[in-house]
Design a protein around this ligand. Structure first.
Ligand SMILES: [Zn+2]
Length: 156
């Protein structure tokens, strides 16, 4: 437990340094992002959405909320706790419908995608260590893990 608290303090410090405070009040995640623009961060070796971790750390929760963490600012990369609230899955869908975001484009048709579908496929099937692949494609290792786990880059 003592080790966990130490880890938590250290993780909090590094976590809040991985984002850029924007003029509009959003704190945008600087590291790995998926095709929809959500930031990804790791906590105790588990990769998760950065804004969920932001909510967890800011509110000093004992465990991760079972409900979804929803952005009031409609900026998936934002980790500003004052722009985040808990909601149900249906709230989130309602939010997206009302903002016209229900069908986000996939893969390389999306403006924020850094890799083409072909590159993503190459990464997915590569046998090289994640770090080597990441260096080759100029992305971070977490992106490689996520692609391999089919979490990002829908192959059309
Ligand atoms: Zn925001």
């Amino acid at each position: 437990m003592k080790d966990y608290n130490k880890y938590l303090e250290r993780r909090k410090q590094t976590f809040w340094n991985n984002m850029t405070k924007q003029e509009n009040g959003c704190w945008t995640w600087d590291l790995c992002k998926d095709k929809d623009g959500y930031g990804y961060a790791s906590f105790r070796s588990i990769t998760m959405k950065a804004h969920r971790l932001a909510y967890f750390l800011h509110h000093n929760l004992d465990k991760f909320p079972t409900k979804m963490v929803i952005h009031s600012c409609d900026n998936p990369a934002c980790c500003n706790p004052s722009h985040l609230r808990l909601g149900s899955n249906s709230d989130n869908v309602q939010d997206m419908i009302s903002r016209g975001r229900i069908n986000p484009p996939k893969g390389d048709r999306h403006g924020q995608a850094k890799l083409s579908n072909e590159e993503a496929m190459t990464i997915r099937t590569s046998a090289l260590p994640a770090k080597e692949i990441a260096a080759k494609f100029n992305v971070c290792a977490t992106t490689v893990y996520l692609i391999k786990a089919n979490k990002i880059y829908t192959i059309a």
